[in-house]
Design a protein around this ligand. Structure first.
Ligand code: PMP
Length: 399
């Protein structure tokens, strides 16, 4: 008999499954609001001019394709640290951070999770309720028991902060708390800086371990302001983990560019930690690919390219904001009395619209507009050509 006889069909990935259904839909005016990808006003994934210039530089140099170090390119790792902690960082000066290049934000989370599991496999991991759909599966695959702390409050469309804080206070020492640094996925609801400070204080008091996921730096208010929560952790003296993704901020999705940063107590601990994390990497994929990391490092270290990138990033941020205000205006113009202004308050690429699964299903059946059944839509998939259709569809299904 076949060695695969007992293999059952796995459930489809909820979001990638949505893409397949969208591709198969023959309607010309269909719209896919499901995926977390930034599209420009023409509905295309942009190739940033700063990225293109860095790629052209590299092509001209035609460097040989040797192996990278296990931890990736030093210039890249250093550039990532500066994005996270700023140019003037006591933490970095003290050698308290180690950064390794990872295969996207997902790869960074997985290397971090695997390393944490080697340190303490009986620790519990807590993610936000709700969270990015891969957080739970990823930490479970690393061997952890995963729970969720209260986060989103559908009634206020904000964060139920008192419930969140109370939950954190009840967790056992050593528990791992996964936090979204900014642009919470899927709700778009972020903590205020005062609330972040309380989270940092609670993590210290209860001996918890923070794992801060930074997948959208630059998509809320800008590179520096979006790192504000992280800087509170940096100032706290705590040890913590950070995963970075450049999939969105450099529009380099398929190049898989991310990084894992671990903040330790001192330079000696950093060296020991790095040596062990390298073992995790070596036995998984040996060393990261070259291209994406070099491109990002080139852009970040060249003043001209860096300025160009920041401008392009601001352009993406501003366009998403414009889509938020226009969607609210057009839903109102379509005769909806319900207040949708919360869409403008939410940050990042997503909005939790409050649409029910049944309403999302009607959007798909009647209008060819695809969204996640939780009511999450990606604002970056809206553009000047489809926004009216989407606003009218929303108005019609909630009527
Ligand atoms: N964390 C969060 C919160 C995300 O939304 C995503 C996906 N966009 C990731 C991590 C993974 O990023 P990447 O695509 O770079 O693996």
């Amino acid at each position: 008999s076949s060695i695969f006889a007992a293999v059952e069909m796995a459930p489809r990935d909820p979001i990638l499954g949505l893409n397949e259904a969208f591709q198969a839909d023959p309607r010309a005016e269909k719209v896919n609001l499901g995926v977390g990808v930034y599209y420009d006003d023409n509905g295309k994934i942009p190739l940033l001019a700063a990225v293109k210039a860095a790629e052209e530089q590299r092509l001209k140099l035609a460097p040989p394709r040797g192996y990278q170090p296990i931890e990736g390119a030093a210039a890249y790792n250093k550039a990532v640290q500066t994005l996270l902690f700023g140019t003037d960082s006591a933490l970095l000066d003290a050698g308290r951070a180690v950064t390794i290049e990872a295969l996207g934000g997902t790869g960074a989370l997985k290397i971090g999770a695997d390393f944490l599991n080697r340190l303490n496999s009986s620790a519990k991991v807590y993610i936000s309720d709700p969270s990015w759909e891969n957080h739970r599966a990823l930490f479970e695959a690393a061997g952890f028991d995963v729970g969720a702390y209260p986060y989103y409050d559908a009634a206020t469309r904000g964060v139920n902060f008192s419930a969140m804080l109370a939950a954190l206070k009840g967790y056992a020492a050593g528990s791992i708390i996964v936090l979204h640094a900014c642009c919470h996925n899927p709700t778009g609801a972020d903590l205020t800086l005062e609330q972040w400070q309380q989270v940092v204080d609670t993590i210290r008091e209860r001996d918890l371990v923070a794992f801060v996921d930074m997948a959208y730096q630059g998509f809320a208010d800008g590179i520096e302001p979006d790192a504000a929560a992280l800087r509170l952790f940096a100032d706290s003296g705590l040890e913590f983990f950070v995963s970075s993704s450049f999939s969105k901020s450099f529009s380099l999705y398929g190049e898989r560019v991310g990084a894992l940063t671990i903040v330790t107590a001192d330079r000696d601990a950093s060296a020991r930690v790095l040596s062990q994390v390298k073992r995790v990497i070596r036995t998984n994929y040996s060393n990261p690919p070259t291209h994406g990391g070099i491109v990002v490092a080139t852009v970040l270290s060249d003043a001209g390219l860096r300025a160009q990138w920041e401008e392009e990033l601001a352009g993406m941020r501003d366009r998403i904001r414009l889509m938020r205000t226009q969607l609210v205006e057009r839903i109102a113009a379509a005769g909806v009395k319900q207040d949708f202004s919360f869409v403008v308050q939410q940050r990042g690429m997503f909005s939790f619209t409050g649409l029910t699964a049944a309403q999302v299903e009607r959007m798909k059946q009647e209008y060819g507009i695809y969204a996640v059944s939780t009511g999450r839509i990606c604002l970056a998939a809206l553009n000047s050509k489809n926004i009216d259709t989407v606003a009218k569809a929303i108005a019609s299904v909630i009527a």
